[in-house]
Write a protein that binds this ligand. Structure first.
Ligand code: ATP
Ligand code: MG
Length: 360
């Protein structure tokens, strides 16, 4: 028998419910690998995050990025703790990983799973099934700016948005390539060029330049305010949506809400050129309000693991895991409290693992 391919994965549970949903995802991933037989995982755990910060003054060790560099992928839970300022947890771990490893694509499916009820009345799984491509390395979330005359009536505060031609072109190219393979063959761009006078007209310009090279992809664009409204009124319109760092962030929280719960939504931080590891994480945070109660929904984390499978070259195994998630929710009716059920994290995970045997 040929020996199974080994994928080395860096696992960072992080904080809060990360400690509950990451073990659930590892269990599901091990189960899929065992059924498939052609690959297996070697998981290395890194106890980084806010606890590490409270002990050492750092979210991860000084050589943390070097430690991660050689892995095939990174599976992250969530970082954040009420006693640690957000900018510390973000700039101490999450953003350095995304930026150093040029994970410039943040891919976030917005898909209503069978068995889940959308808050949009009358909408079913066929209506809500699209993908948001968020620019992940630049844009509005730059660290450039400053405050003058702080605390005085003359105070001035400036925050710069940084858009580079290289950065915008590469995210547009990725989005068009994805749209070309998407059943709807439509790419929608999120803009605000009526109010933001330099960066957004530039964004639109690159979108138009790139559209000329993809005549087979239907395109349209909406200002971010109107686009947010359209997510609610016309979710079936969308195939692939491309947005800047800030716009993509906001749109995907909305996307997660219309798809039933923030506890379900997955994401991939991709380095498409594969020079560096990509990172997979649910879009939710560390949820301190429910941490330690054993009721967190593990689906966002497990689905992120399914995206990791696809990235590692096992799309069939990824589809199988997602099918098992849907089977557990729809056929078994097992749901955590955020979905109106009463299942624990453990019960939800077991239902998904058992469902693996019942899906193709
Ligand atoms: P961040 O700043 O990291 O985005 P946040 O505090 O804004 O974090 P979350 O931690 O995602 O947001 O929590 C938002 C709400 O959603 C909380 O009420 C939380 O309990 C709930 N929530 C988040 N993730 C889950 C989950 N997996 N299962 C159930 N509820 C969740
Ligand atoms: Mg949040």
């Amino acid at each position: 028998m040929a020996s199974a391919q080994v994928h080395r994965i860096a696992v960072i549970p992080g904080d809060g419910i990360g400690h509950e949903v990451v073990p659930a995802a590892l269990e599901a991933l091990e189960a899929v690998a065992a059924l498939d037989g052609s690959f297996r995982f070697a998981f290395d755990r890194f106890p980084w995050g806010c606890d590490h910060y409270l002990e050492t003054g750092r979210m991860m060790p000084p050589d943390g990025l070097e430690q991660l560099r050689g892995y095939d992928a990174i599976l992250l839970g969530a970082v954040g703790h009420p006693s640690v300022p957000d900018h510390v947890s973000l700039w101490g771990l999450l953003l350095p990983i995304r930026r150093t490893f040029e994970q410039y694509v943040n891919l976030r499916p917005v898909k209503l799973l069978r068995g889940v009820t959308s808050p949009l009345r009358g909408r079913g799984p066929d209506d809500i099934d699209f993908v948001v491509v968020r620019e992940n390395n630049e844009g509005e979330y730059s660290n450039a700016g400053g405050r003058l005359f702080a605390g005085t009536p003359h105070e001035i505060v400036v925050q710069e948005s940084i858009f580079t031609r290289r950065g915008v072109e590469r995210i547009m190219r990725f989005a068009f390539e994805l749209a070309r393979r998407h059943p709807k063959r439509r790419l929608t761009s999120a803009t605000k060029s009526n109010g933001i006078s330099y960066t957004m007209p530039f964004w639109d310009e690159v979108f138009r330049e790139m559209a000329a090279r993809y005549p087979d992809v239907a395109t349209d664009q909406f200002h971010i305010d109107a686009l947010a409204a359209r997510f609610v009124t016309h979710p079936h319109h969308f195939g692939v949506v491309v947005g800047s760092n800030l716009f993509g962030d906001i749109l995907t929280d909305l996307g997660a809400a219309i798809a039933g719960s923030i506890g379900i939504a997955p994401s991939a931080n991709l380095n498409p050129e594969r020079q560096y590891p990509s990172m997979f994480e649910p879009i939710h945070g560390s949820a301190p309000d429910i941490a330690g109660k054993g009721i967190a929904n593990p689906v966002g984390q497990i689905w992120s693991g399914a995206m990791m499978l696809e990235h590692l070259g096992h799309p069939r195994a990824g589809r199988r895991l997602l099918a098992a998630i849907e089977h557990a929710l729809a056929e078994r009716g097992v749901k955590t409290p955020d979905l109106g059920g009463s299942a624990t994290t453990r019960e939800m995970t077991q239902a998904i693992v058992r469902s693996l045997d019942e899906v193709p």
